[in-house]
Ligand binder design. Structure first.
Ligand code: KG4
Ligand code: ZN
Length: 344
């Protein structure tokens, strides 16, 4: 990032998000979200049971021009009104990141306006504060690619407390859904079935629940579900009751680990507020359990708005607006980084 003069908080930011399989464009003026367009590629990836990078980048190319036109029209702005163009520059799929960043750089160069490269994880992390002031907090970011516990002192000042050592929480939902023959992405369908199931029926491992660090591990849980399925008679596995009970038991296990470890991190940092963001945070049971645990511990709790949990460009525009208002922009020569860390 290069410093420039401090700019007005009423700036208009146009942001693009193409880090994985959602193509998204948003326009933010000051704190007001003027447009937020998301084109999901779920149907294109579902036959493969996961995201295929080649298919994702082709779809970004296909959707982006139409989404851009729609976002600008519904925001009621012209490209000349935009003060800065932003895009997710990592982490994510290289060929997907390249589409959004190239488009944002082209727009910025064409309009003679600054470009901002934004970290996808910072987008999620700050999303609970969308349109408000960022307060110090302990943030749990749970998505398909990441599970992070972060101490946020202020926007831009982060300490990584813990992360998953193997699968991300959302990845565990997706893999278990696949084992159960449910669709992709797995989270929403597991949540739906869990609501009708018995969370006590199957005992599953709460790996690293009591570890001394703030890390997570979910791959053993997925393997335990695989062994359990192999042991159950096939006709039992075909019953909705058993599959619902498995979903409920799996979800309760993941939630207990996420909630207990977040509260432990908050306590060890003497935090006052806990935040929750990322695709898995649209899970209503997780939001409810985290809220209850925070209330019991006397902590404030803030979750990203449901529409801002899965990948979107509004959160990227918000992160960009905070950086832009403190006088930063990025050189257009800045490269994408598929492994970009939140804290370097
Ligand atoms: O943030 P996101 O859209 O993409 C990444 O940055 O990874 O998160 C997608 C993840 C998927 O793994 C999906 O299964 C999970 O979020 N997810 C859920 C729910 N909705 C989406 N997990 C649990 N419960 C849900 N309701
Ligand atoms: Zn994400």
């Amino acid at each position: 990032m290069t410093a420039s003069s401090v700019v007005s908080r009423m700036s208009t930011i146009l942001a693009l998000e193409t880090s994985c399989d959602e193509t998204a464009v948003a326009v933010l003026r000051g704190q007001e979200l003027l447009a937020s367009e998301v084109a999901s590629q779920t149907a294109a990836h579902e036959p493969y049971g996961g995201v295929v990078p080649e298919v994702a980048s082709r779809n970004h190319l296909l959707h982006l021009p139409r989404l851009l036109d729609r976002a600008v029209a519904s925001a009621g702005v012209s490209l000349h009104d935009v003060d800065a163009f932003a895009a997710t520059s990592g982490p994510g799929l290289a060929t997907s990141l390249m589409i959004g960043t190239s488009a944002a750089k082209g727009l910025a160069l064409g309009a003679g306006k600054p470009y901002l490269a934004i970290n996808h994880l910072e987008g999620h992390l700050l999303s609970p504060f969308f349109g408000t002031e960022v307060q110090p907090n302990i943030a749990l970011v749970v998505s398909g690619g990441h599970t992070l516990l972060v101490e946020v002192k202020e926007a831009g000042a982060y300490t990584l407390l813990g992360r998953t050592v193997d699968d991300a929480a959302g990845e565990a939902f997706d893999k278990v859904a696949k084992l159960l023959g449910l669709g992709y992405p797995g989270g929403p369908e597991i949540e739906r079935r869990a609501a009708a199931g018995d969370p006590m029926r199957f005992a599953l491992p709460r790996t690293m629940l009591d570890s001394r660090d703030h890390n997570f591990s979910f791959s053993g849980l997925k393997t335990a579900v695989r062994y359990l399925i192999a042991k159950l008679p096939p006709d039992t596995m075909r019953s909705d009751e058993t599959r619902n009970d498995l979903c409920a038991s799996f979800q309760a296990t993941v939630l207990e680990v996420l909630v207990r470890k977040t509260l432990k991190a908050a306590k060890s940092c003497n935090a006052k507020v806990v935040t929750l963001s990322g695709g898995v945070s649209c899970n209503k049971a997780l939001r409810r359990e985290m809220q209850r645990a925070c209330e019991r511990a006397g902590l404030g709790f803030l979750a990203a708005a449901p529409a801002m949990t899965t990948d979107n460009a509004a959160m990227i525009a918000f992160a960009a607006s905070l950086r832009f208002s403190s006088g930063y922009s990025s050189p257009v020569t800045e490269e994408i980084d598929p492994n970009l860390a939140l804290v370097r």
